[in-house]
Design a protein around this ligand. Sequence first.
Ligand SMILES: O=P(O)(O)O[C@H]1O[C@H](CO)[C@@H](O)[C@H]1O
Ligand SMILES: [Mn+2]
Ligand SMILES: [Mn+2]
Length: 400
Amino acid sequence: MRAFLVVMDSVGIGGAPDAAEYFNDGLPDTGANTLLHIAEACAEGRAEQGRSGPLRLPVLDSLGLGRACALAGGTLPPGLGAEPTGLWGAATETSRGKDTPSGHWELAGVPVPWDWHYFPDEQPAFPRDLMAEVARLAGTEGTLANCHGSGTVMLDQYGAEHIRTGWPICYTSADSVFQIAAHEEHFGLDRLLALCEAVAPLVHEMKVGRVIARPFVGEGPFTRTGNRHDYAIRPPQPILTNWVQEAGHPVHAVGKLGDILSMEGIDHLHKGDDATLMDHLGRLVDEAEDGSLIFANFVEFDSLFGHRRDVSGYARALEWFDEGLGHILPRLQEGDILVITADHGNDPTWPGTDHTRERVPVLVAGRGAGSIGQIGFADVAASVAAHLKVESDTCGKSFL
Ligand SMILES: O=P(O)(O)O[C@H]1O[C@H](CO)[C@@H](O)[C@H]1O
Ligand SMILES: [Mn+2]
Ligand SMILES: [Mn+2]
């Protein structure tokens, strides 16, 4: 008996009741729906790069993905809506914030009790004394950018100047983040990571959710590498992984969860790009210890396609994931559950380049078929804990 909790980063299904309070390019997120809008684009022939035709997600849909989307936002995505063979529902977030840490902590049982600090969308975006300290820690005369922006655009704009001056590129987004981009060779990867680690406590104190190191290579055009590292604030109280670990069960984290959860309650880390993570997940389905929790995050939906507003790429990623899941589900053992969910939206058809406030799907294999209806993010943690027979400390209620 094991529990697999798999987050498809940013695969929202619309319908968030407070979407009007969240923005992209100054416009409210009302109506944003990552899955629905990708499915519509595919059905209308607007997502033909590297794939073609209607969105094909037979495995996720058979667990109830289409029905969950209809429940959350009121519209069944074209091509989806099969009779579910799993438990399915739609979860609503209560935390104030549409970023990864908020989503993951609440899925792990603990809604964020504070208001995050966001940097204003103006230039300079950051306080002068903070930037003086960043430059001092970096050993440079100054810093570049100091504004809101998309990471790849920041490299186009400031990459050459960064190589010339050696100054780190500092930028933010609609999320509570402080991001530092620097060249792996000209600036140095270890130096960038040390800088981010040193800056993290300063911005955490301001209730900024995380510092993100954004290393890149090339002499223009520039390319980001897989050495991204997030330095997140610690969760405010023990979360699912802590409860499971304290009960003596092994906890495996697959993907960037070590960063997002500040390693809270994690025994074993399995990292890599999403293709590697799918291999890790398959291996853990075959080998993970009885009683263990396997918590996985697949980030590329978000980082490679959602923020880049790449609809074809996002559709390809979904179809790739669906196929991978199809190889994994039959290998679950008697008594296992596998829960598929998401942490926020990132509608690639939406204005701007930021996350979108949305409900998320909750699909469960291994506990029969049926609707679990509209639930809260924290109910996921309560249910996983109940399945593993571990005591939970959360406002969430088990749906199992
Ligand atoms: O545009 P890039 O650098 O990918 O940054 C994005 O990644 C961050 C984390 O998801 C978001 O806050 C957004 O700023
Ligand atoms: Mn995320
Ligand atoms: Mn993101």
